[in-house]
Each structure stands twice: as structure tokens, then as C-alpha cells.
Ligand binder design. Structure first.
Ligand code: PMP
Ligand code: GLN
Length: 381
């Protein structure tokens, strides 16, 4: 058995969802919306299942989806991409991340990661033989600076794995921080693998800036997206990778032996969805922002110290100022068992020097769900 995987605990999302079911709790842990997703996009998929092609689609993705990705990113992020040589469809962002780690890392290469980090990152890096170099981000702003980067970058740095907007922190990295990181990537000849799955879920008028658009990064950035987050259809597992041809060449080799393809009917529905110009994207953001505000106000009125949330489905509370006698994990276990609300302890996203006072809630829920959760949270503190 491979020791990296053999030694792993069950992912925190699965653990908390299981506890939520056991305790009949409101599940604000694992990040998935109550919203069923846009009906026209789901109908396109249904129609494609019944009337469309259900055999292997082209390995790199349906041409119509690759074209839609190019048009979508040109419109939303001012990116110029070539559909044939710079775009690939994967079975979710997870496959894209797995493939990128397998294709780009050689044993002994150093990989820069930012904590808190999405739970899949570290095992994938280690399984590929990478040596993790961890940058520790902390609340409330979760920002890195030059000194922090200088400590982890070296001639051995091969890859930087960045998630922006950042799950679980909910922050959106400002352009100057991306430019700083880009300077380090250029100086040390490193590739940035940028998990931008939350690119559309940003609030307060913020616009997502892709690392691919930052000076010097066009040839050394692998941009990863996911239809799951864009359309509130997290089970769909349709992801996309955009990268310069020299990188795509090797990423495609990983893809061809990991999944090879992604269901064609979902691909055509996503192609349709990416082209929507009926206000869907603005509406989704506005709805999410309204839910964020409703839940944040409720938490604050109950005395929870709420941290800023600029994007993602998540809002965090920092228990530190409350002087409780328990860490985030104990708090979450008590919350689900005694108060029937599931949340995620953010320490699960650290591998060392854990921040143990922050708890993540998913607010991408109906008002009634959020209100029930708030009622139950009323006598927690
Ligand atoms: N990366 C991040 C940061 C995520 O939050 C998620 C899912 N929530 C994924 C990757 C996985 O995306 P997918 O479901 O498309 O594999
Ligand atoms: N990305 C989701 C979250 O952060 C969960 C994904 C999963 O369950 N693996 O909650």
C-alpha cells in the first residue's frame, strides 16, 4: 500500500456530512448549495442524454465546450486562449489537479502551498513525490507577503499551488499579491497551478483576476476551473484546464490515462451555460451575497465574531476572542451533536502550525435553512 494514502484520515467533508446525517443536523459543513442550479442548463443535459451522443467524446473535450470556454474567459477575464492547443476538459477540477501534480512534479521537486489548503492538495503533492513548502496564512486577511514567499521559494521550487478565491478562508487575493507571487515564479522558474474554481462566486463588486492574466504568467500558469461551482451543480464534475501549449502537451498525457473523457451530455450543457447572457452570473452572485449577508448578520447578532467573506460559499467565525475552552474541532463536534448544525473546523486545512480557532459555515442555502441553523446556534455561546 502506498504510505501517503494508507496513512490518510477520511476527508473532513465526508466526516462532517456523515455526522450531520447521524444527528439529523442542518448541514452547513460540506460546500454544496440548496439551489438546484439553472433549469435551462439542466434541461440541456437531459436533452443531450436522450437525444445526443452518449459514446466517448473527444479526449480534449467537446469542441463546442472548448470554444465556449475561450469565449467565456475572453468576456469575463479578458483572456485570449486558443481552443485547440490551450484548453482541455476534465472530470472536475479534482482530476485537473491530480493530472497537474502527476504531470509537472518529479520526485524531490519543491512545491509551494498556502495553508489553509484544500484537503486534496497535500496528498496529491506528496504522492507525486513533491516536497511541500508551506506558507501559513492567518485570519482575518489571510494574505502572504514577500518575506513569507522568500522563505519557501528556492532553486528547487517547481510548482506553486494556489487557490484563489481561497476555500475555506473566503478571501479574494488582490492583484498586487498575485503580482508578487508572479515575480517569485518568474525568478525561480516555477509553474503556478491556479485553482480558480470559485472565480464566479465573488461579492461586493469584486472581479476575479486570473493568474494567467498577470504579467509573466502566460507561459507558466495552469488555470483550473469547474462548472460545479459556476452553475451550483457540484455533482457534475466538469472541469477545465487552460494553459500554454508547452504545458498542455504534458497535462493532456496525464488526462488521457486518468479519465480520458468526461460525460458528453454534461459537457454540452456546460457549453450552453457558459454562453448565457441572461444575467445568470450576476444573479447567482447577488443571490449568494444576499445569503452571505443574511447569515453574517444572524451570526453577529448571536455574538459570533464573523470574519470577512469576499467569495466562495463560505463564511468563517473566529472563536479566539470568545475565550472558549475548546478548539475548532471540539466546537464542531459539540455543534453537530448537541445543536444539530454541521460546520467545518478550519484546522483540517492545515498540516502544521494549525490555526485552531476558526470554523467554516456554508451559507449557499435557502433562507429557511439558514434561519433554522441560526435558531439552533442561538444558545451555543
Ligand atoms: N478545488 C477547490 C478549492 C474546491 O473548493 C473544490 C470543490 N469544492 C474543488 C477543487 C473540486 O472541484 P470539482 O468538484 O470540480 O472536482
Ligand atoms: N469543496 C467542497 C467544500 O469545500 C467539498 C468537496 C468535497 O466534499 N470533496 O466543502
Amino acid at each position: 500500500m502506498n504510505p501517503v494514502f494508507d496513512g490518510l484520515p477520511v476527508t473532513v467533508f465526508e466526516v462532517m456530512s456523515r455526522l450531520a446525517r447521524e444527528h439529523d443536523a442542518v448541514n452547513l459543513g460540506q460546500g454544496f448549495p440548496d439551489d438546484p442550479g439553472p433549469e435551462d442548463v439542466r434541461r440541456k443535459a437531459a436533452d443531450a442524454v436522450i437525444n445526443g451522443w452518449n459514446q466517448y467524446p473527444p479526449m480534449m473535450g467537446l469542441p463546442e465546450l472548448r470554444a465556449a470556454i475561450v469565449t467565456h474567459y475572453a468576456h469575463w477575464q479578458s483572456l485570449t486562449l486558443d481552443a485547440d492547443s490551450e484548453v482541455m476538459v476534465t472530470s472536475g477540477a479534482t482530476e485537473a489537479l491530480t493530472g497537474a501534480m502527476m504531470a509537472l512534479i518529479e520526485p524531490g521537486d519543491e512545491v509551494v502551498l498556502f495553508q489553509p489548503m484544500y484537503d486534496a492538495y497535500l496528498p496529491l503533492v506528496k504522492r507525486a513525490g513533491g516536497v511541500p513548502k508551506l506558507v501559513r496564512l492567518t485570519p482575518p486577511h489571510w494574505r502572504f507577503n514577500e518575506a513569507m514567499l522568500a522563505e519557501v521559494f528556492s532553486e528547487k521550487t517547481k510548482v506553486v499551488l494556489l487557490n484563489n478565491p481561497l476555500n475555506p478562508a473566503g478571501n479574494v487575493m488582490p492583484r498586487e499579491d498575485l503580482e508578487l507571487l508572479a515575480r517569485f515564479c518568474t525568478k525561480f522558474d516555477a509553474i503556478a497551478v491556479c485553482d480558480e474554481v470559485w472565480e464566479h462566486v465573488v461579492f461586493d463588486g469584486l472581479r476575479h483576476i486570473s493568474m494567467l492574466a498577470i504579467d509573466g504568467m502566460r507561459e507558466r500558469c495552469v488555470k483550473i476551473g469547474s462548472a460545479g461551482k459556476i452553475f451550483s451543480l457540484t455533482g457534475w464534475k466538469v472541469g477545465f484546464v487552460c494553459a500554454a501549449p508547452n504545458l498542455m502537451r504534458v497535462l493532456a498525457k496525464a488526462h488521457q490515462f486518468i479519465t480520458f473523457t468526461t460525460p458528453p451530455n454534461l459537457q454540452s450543457a456546460v457549453a450552453y451555460g457558459l454562453g448565457k447572457d441572461d444575467g445568470y452570473f450576476e444573479g447567482m452572485r447577488a443571490d449568494m451575497q444576499r445569503s452571505r449577508d443574511r447569515f453574517a448578520a444572524g451570526l453577529s447578532s448571536l455574538g459570533f465574531p464573523v470574519l470577512p467573506s469576499q467569495g466562495t460559499y463560505f463564511i468563517n467565525v473566529d472563536l479566539a476572542p470568545l475565550g472558549l475552552n475548546e478548539d475548532d474541532e471540539a466546537f464542531c463536534r459539540r455543534l453537530v451533536a448537541d445543536h444539530k448544525v454541521a460546520a467545518i473546523p478550519v484546522s483540517a486545512f492545515y498540516a502544521s502550525d494549525h490555526v485552531r480557532s476558526v470554523v467554516r459555515f456554508c451559507f449557499a442555502k435557502r433562507d429557511a435553512t439558514l434561519d433554522t441553523a441560526l435558531e439552533r446556534l442561538a444558545n451555543v455561546l
